[in-house]
Ligand binder design. Structure first.
Ligand SMILES: [Zn+2]
Length: 137
């Protein structure tokens, strides 16, 4: 773990502490889709997503938020940031929407992206994983 990364993360949490109310999302949008009904999602992630959504001024459909350890995708990828409640996949099916969303997500200070032709993955798993990074599916 890099000390600078940890300090930046702490600073961001402190900065965001008093503005946790979420304007654009309901917690249920991040519920695990295996059928368990559990929702574990980071307040910091919600705050950053809300900030990005406000900047983008277009709908963000959450394809996948929290995934419990029984979710089929978690069994395929046990190190997934979705299991920690630190990741979301946002539906994104065309190049114009992708550019608008990426601009907004960078504005909201996301540093880890996965680009798929039908969604954008973002996560804030920056203590355990490398950043900045953009990978392709
Ligand atoms: Zn589940």
């Amino acid at each position: 773990m890099n000390l600078v990364v940890i300090l930046k993360r702490l600073l961001k949490i402190l900065k965001n502490q008093n503005k946790m109310e979420c304007k654009y999302f309901k917690k249920s949008e991040f519920t695990c889709k295996c059928g368990c009904g559990k929702t574990v999602i980071s307040d910091e992630l919600l705050y950053m997503l809300d900030k990005a959504r406000g900047f983008a001024k277009i709908p963000f459909k959450i394809n996948s938020g929290y995934r419990c350890s029984d979710h089929p995708e978690s069994k395929k990828n046990p190190k997934s940031s979705h299991i920690k409640g630190l990741a979301v996949d946002i539906e994104c099916k065309d190049s114009n929407t992708r550019a608008i969303m990426m601009d907004a997500l960078v504005f909201a200070e996301f540093e880890r992206f996965g680009l798929h032709k039908s969604f954008i993955h973002v996560d804030i798993d920056v203590v355990d994983k490398v950043s900045p990074v953009i990978w392709l599916y």
